[in-house]
Design a protein around this ligand. Structure first.
Ligand SMILES: [Zn+2]
Length: 169
């Protein structure tokens, strides 16, 4: 129970970390954080009852990292929410598609990569979406700044009370 994951938000409600319940309770007791969601019940100690936090917001300012987010496969899938950017299928078996193919001068950058399921990737092959007569569901972009870290995929489906704090557009 004390090792359950807790979503940590910045002052401005951006997801910045995941910690354990144990750590979250320490932050709450020291007044360094505020509990936003109690999804998990209560802990009883000798003299007290503590709500078990599921989402907390820390009280101090967090500096945003200035550097650009490094392009990784996982980062692209995460940005695209594990959704094929051509057929909208949610899949855990995605590939990286270069929208403008590399053999046509396409760059390996956030703006030119999209998650594609295996069959869409096969269908598109080495063509542009237009040449393949396929349409992107959204234009690829730098990931949103409000996701300062990658939330492990197994957590994404998990605690329902986290969802409204993730993927703010
Ligand atoms: Zn697809």
């Amino acid at each position: 129970m004390l090792n359950n994951p807790v979503l940590v938000l910045s002052q401005s409600y951006e997801a910045i970390n995941i910690c354990h319940v144990r750590r979250a309770i320490v932050l709450l007791l020291r007044g360094k954080a505020e509990m936003l969601e109690n999804g998990l019940g209560y802990i009883h100690s000798a003299n007290d009852i503590f709500p078990i936090p599921s989402v907390i917001k820390i009280a101090h300012m967090v500096k945003r990292p200035r550097h650009e987010k490094k392009l990784t496969r996982f980062g692209v899938f995460h940005r695209d929410r594990y959704t094929c950017q051509y057929c909208s299928k949610i899949s855990h078996q995605l590939t990286i598609d270069h929208v403008l193919p590399r053999n046509q001068g396409g760059e390996h950058c956030w703006e030119n990569v999209a998650s594609a399921c295996v069959s869409c990737n096969r269908r598109k092959a080495g063509r542009t979406p237009r040449q393949a007569n396929m349409k992107l569901i959204r234009q690829p972009n730098q990931p949103h700044n409000n996701l300062l870290f990658y939330i492990p995929r197994n957590y994404l489906e998990n605690p329902g009370e986290w969802q409204k704090y993730l993927f703010l557009d």
